[in-house]
Write a protein that binds this ligand. Structure first.
Ligand SMILES: [Mn+2]
Length: 425
């Protein structure tokens, strides 16, 4: 049995890179058709909030394309508009299309998608796969099921317990139905340990679950959405994010490919440790390159004059030179630099020359970001350039010559971190 796994398509025509996304989705559909899957799953964030009529049209066409290939199941993501998904669930499709806006336990039987609980005992034999569909578990929705709201410091813990109850409920539904065949969890979820395309760990404010928690479902695998970087979190239970099909933001500019996933297993053998293969299929999409630079003053090579020039930081000149060879015609470049306020004009002019010397592609594919360091703060430029507020604080204390007792410094640090957290949440 083959399951094609995608998610996080974020279909919205007003998106700056809509044409790129549209092309990637068409390529993905063509690739999926060639692989002849038995089922297609979309792990949420089909679209964006407040879709326009055109957005809905594009989403409907995309869903029809998927359901043209195989039965298709979609779960709601945190970006999706639930009422609109409920309308999309009614479009006419060749194969069945099922959209879950609340937790469902579904059965794939002879190419049909049904609620497992609707099947009689004699029909269970015909079930090829059980799919536990879990839309984004918004904390508020989970807690709303309780007679009384828990206190705010308990709410995360309580919400996680409620989610675990749903997981255990999924397992109980299979047992009640007397089903012993293969099963998967399809969810829009944030799992502990997941990382973004940048390699950074995800630090979203939402509810997180652990790989261990997912085991409560007893399912053979978890096909997930929400995190845009493709990744596997566990081999044992096949906890996998397909990732988004193409690079849409600078945050997704990682070196790794973009595309969709293909899960392949023999359902008859799944219970006997038969190999389960999960592979990613790349969808070509333009790369997004970033060159970071500092506009800095240095002594010239005879050591007598001060010269202002760009000093590349995150990507050095040699690497930037590599762009000449690596960049494809549709790729984009972000040239981002820090500049003291009184040097803006000089740097701006030089930036264009710098870009011309490193970038082989079209100028309209270049975004220039100047991050201006206010001159009154630039008296200690090493402070202004630091990104970590806690380090910035230490440097500032040192630069101002304050002699703070360690205890007081630690207390202020703590206060500052609390303020930053308040602002961020
Ligand atoms: Mn999401």
């Amino acid at each position: 049995m083959k399951i094609a796994h995608t998610g996080d398509t974020h279909i919205r025509m007003a998106h700056k890179r809509w044409l790129t996304l549209d092309r990637a989705l068409r390529d993905m559909v063509a690739q999926m058709r060639e692989h002849e899957p038995d089922l297609i799953v979309h792990a949420g964030d089909l679209g964006e909030p407040n879709p326009t009529a055109q957005d809905l049209y594009c989403q409907a066409v995309f869903l029809q394309d998927l359901a043209d290939i195989a039965p298709t199941i979609v779960v709601a993501g945190n970006h999706d508009s639930i009422p609109h998904l409920e309308v999309l669930a009614r479009i006419e499709t060749l194969h069945p299309l099922w959209i879950s806006t609340s937790p469902d336990t579904l059965a794939l039987a002879d190419g049909q998608i049904l609620q497992l609980s609707d099947l009689g005992l004699d029909e269970i034999e015909s079930v090829d796969l059980v799919i536990h569909a879990l839309p984004w578990p918004a904390k508020g929705n989970l807690l709303a099921r309780l007679p009384q709201m828990p206190s705010s410091d308990e709410s995360d813990q309580v919400a996680r317990q409620l989610l675990l109850d749903i997981f255990r409920g999924f397992k109980a539904e299979r047992e009640t139905a007397g089903y012993e065949g293969p099963s998967i969890l399809l969810g829009h979820l944030e799992v502990h340990g997941a990382r973004m395309d940048s390699g950074q760990p995800v630090a979203g404010p939402g509810l997180k679950v652990g790989v261990e928690d997912l085991k409560e479902t007893g399912a053979d695998g978890a096909l997930l959405g929400h995190i845009h970087a493709r990744q596997r979190l566990s081999d044992e239970t096949h906890v996998v994010y397909s990732g988004s099909p193409c690079r849409l933001t600078w945050g997704e500019a990682g070196a790794e490919g973009k595309g969709w996933g293909l899960l392949d297993f023999d359902p008859a053998m799944a219970r006997h440790d038969a190999p389960v293969v999960y592979e990613w299929v790349d969808v070509p999409s333009p790369r997004l390159w970033t060159v970071e630079a500092e506009w800095e003053s240095n002594l010239d090579n005879i050591g007598e004059n001060i010269v202002w020039q760009f000093v590349a930081t995150k990507m050095d000149r040699d690497e930037a030179g590599a762009l000449q060879k690596l960049a494809e015609p549709d790729d984009e470049l972000r040239f981002r630099y820090h500049v003291p306020e009184d040097q803006r004009e000089a740097a701006k002019e030089q930036a264009e020359k710098e870009i011309a010397s490193i970038w082989p592609g079209k100028r309209e594919n270049v975004t220039v970001e100047a991050i201006v360091i206010p001159t009154d703060k630039a008296r200690a430029p090493e402070i202004a350039r630091l990104d970590d507020p806690s380090q910035m604080f230490d440097r500032w204390i040192a630069a101002e010559g304050h002699d703070l007792p360690e205890e007081r410094r630690a207390r202020l640090q703590l206060l500052m971190n609390q303020v930053l957290q308040e602002v961020a949440s």
